[in-house]
Write a protein that binds this ligand. Structure first.
Ligand SMILES: Cc1cc2nc3c(=O)[nH]c(=O)nc-3n(C[C@H](O)[C@H](O)[C@H](O)COP(=O)(O)OP(=O)(O)OC[C@H]3O[C@@H](n4cnc5c(N)ncnc54)[C@H](O)[C@@H]3O)c2cc1C
Length: 459
């Protein structure tokens, strides 16, 4: 006789992917256990999205105070109070953490605190307790990687430590020109630092459209943020307050802090996944498009599944898995339809294919693009920001990619993702009215241009 499992679903890890699976599962009437070794909310809430965005907001305020005179407001910039920056950041995190814990309880999810070890496809050991479920959702998330030979200690840090230091680096070096590196470079520059970014690939924001990278590089130059692209790190040493980075081209950089932002690896070692036969690749859990691992009853969500490491992807994974367990049939996620935002100044927002990816996928002749410069957008002029909207469409067909650069354009990604994911035709979007004066109007203008009837743009 087989014993009935205690739960319909056992979720291992309460980050974005895991807690979304738990909340949606409970909403659908499933009996859910959520196992968490640290804090509900995971990386995003405690060490990722939210604390970095709080600090980036402090950075934006610092810039606004410095530039207040330009807008006719008398103000003097007296410096950064890092203790208060930290208090503001922690206040935001704490409020959200409290709210999330309340949500988990009110939905009837059983939260089990402790480190879980998977012992079978239907059971997780947490201390002395065996938590059994008909389905197991693996959601153990990711951790910051370093480079071989670069130890994280002292002034050599990852984003985890960089968020916690109570001092503002004056001359930081940032290894990595991807999302996390760009965000820290931007906020430290706003705090008054002389920042240098080192990126091994040929451009900053290497996963974005080339036009975005080039314009971002110009904007960073204007902000005094230095960068070396195509540069590989040979060695790192620390002597007192000075960190020295040697580069493969013989170059040498000195700073008072080094942020290693070279990517995040899956946190899947030593928790029993391989032992129960889960197929893995370099630590990532391999799944089918519906997020089932190769072992029946086992699912995976979030950063441990190869692809974009973003909180909203984790939420979508978690919701979809819970629905499948409950017998619903949500469609598989289309990875390129996931909106992406980098919250540096200026912000980058994108969804869908870059021009290069669209050409590779559909052939160069099938791809048409248009760029609308924010110079023609009234609200962007009021905000004194520069940038553009770039549309990528298939000739005679739908829009397959949208790429934006400029202050606050992250808030425009909602419309961009509707257009791309609904496979809208430019002619259809050009008929929609965008309120004046908003930055959103720049999207409308780009579509008018693509439909052959630009309004505030030279034809
Ligand atoms: C600096 C930084 C900034 C970021 N900014 C953004 C952003 O602006 N927007 C965005 O979309 N994404 C952002 N991200 C990425 C985002 O944080 C991740 O994509 C998201 O947190 C992944 O969710 P997850 O559920 O897969 O894993 P995680 O959030 O990492 O959660 C995994 C959880 O599992 C727990 N756990 C692991 N192993 C065990 C075990 N054996 N037993 C019990 N519990 C365990 C961990 O304690 C953790 O709480 C950022 C990340 C970083 C580092």
């Amino acid at each position: 006789m087989t014993a009935t499992p205690q739960y319909d679903v056992v979720v291992l890890g309460a980050g974005s992917g895991g807690y979304a699976a738990a909340l949606r599962g409970a909403q659908l009437g499933l009996k859910v256990a959520l196992i968490e070794a640290d804090k509900v909310g995971g990386t995003c809430l405690h060490r990722g999205c939210i604390p970095t965005k709080a600090m980036l907001h402090s950075a934006e305020v610092a810039d606004q105070v410095r530039e207040a005179g330009k807008f006719g407001i008398g103000a003097t910039f007296d410096g950064i109070d890092m203790a208060q920056v930290g208090a503001f950041r922690q206040g935001v995190v704490d409020r959200l953490h409290k709210g999330l814990q309340g949500l988990v309880t009110s939905r009837g999810v059983t939260l089990i605190r402790g480190h879980g070890h998977v012992v079978s496809p239907a059971a997780v050991q947490v201390g002395p307790d065996l938590v059994e479920g008909a389905n197991l959702v693996l959601a153990t998330g990711s951790h910051a990687r370093s480079l071989p030979g670069v130890a994280i200690a002292g002034r050599v840090m990852t984003s985890d430590q960089a968020l916690r230091i109570d001092w503002a680096p004056r001359q930081p070096i940032v290894l990595g020109g991807g999302v996390i590196g760009l965000e820290f470079a931007s906020l430290w520059a706003s705090f008054g630092a002389r920042v240098t970014i080192v990126e091994a690939l040929e451009r900053l924001a290497p996963n974005e459209d080339v036009a975005i990278s080039k314009a971002l590089e110009r904007a960073f130059r204007r902000r005094g943020i230095a960068f070396k692209v195509g540069a590989r790190v040979e060695g790192v040493s620390e002597d007192g307050d000075v960190v020295t980075v040697t580069l493969s081209d013989g170059g040498r950089l000195e700073g008072d802090a080094l942020l290693v932002a070279v990517g995040r690896g899956p946190s899947t070692a030593g928790v029993g996944f391989e032992e129960i036969g889960v197929q893995m690749d370099r630590g990532f859990v391999l799944t089918d498009p519906e997020l089932r691992a190769n072992v029946p009853g086992v699912w995976a969500v979030g950063d441990i599944v190869p692809g974009l490491q973003l909180a909203h992807r984790g939420f979508a994974h978690g919701i979809a898995v819970a629905e499948r367990v409950a017998g619903l049939r949500p469609p598989p996620l289309i990875e390129s339809g996931i909106p992406r935002v980098t919250y540096c100044d200026p912000e980058i927002a994108s969804v869908g294919l870059t021009e290069a990816a669209a050409r590779a996928e559909h052939g160069a002749a099938a791809v048409e693009t248009v760029e609308y410069n924010l110079a023609g957008n009234g609200k962007s002029q009021v905000l004194a920001t520069q940038g553009f909207v770039k549309l990528v469409r298939l000739v005679g067909g739908p829009v397959v990619g949208m790429h934006l650069l400029g202050a606050r354009v992250g808030e425009l990604v909602g419309e961009a993702q509707l257009i791309v994911n609904w496979e809208a035709y430019p002619e259809d979007v050009a008929e929609l009215i965008h309120a004046h004066p908003t930055q959103d109007e720049a999207i409308g203008e780009a579509f008018l241009a693509l439909a052959g009837k630009p309004l505030h743009a030279h034809a």
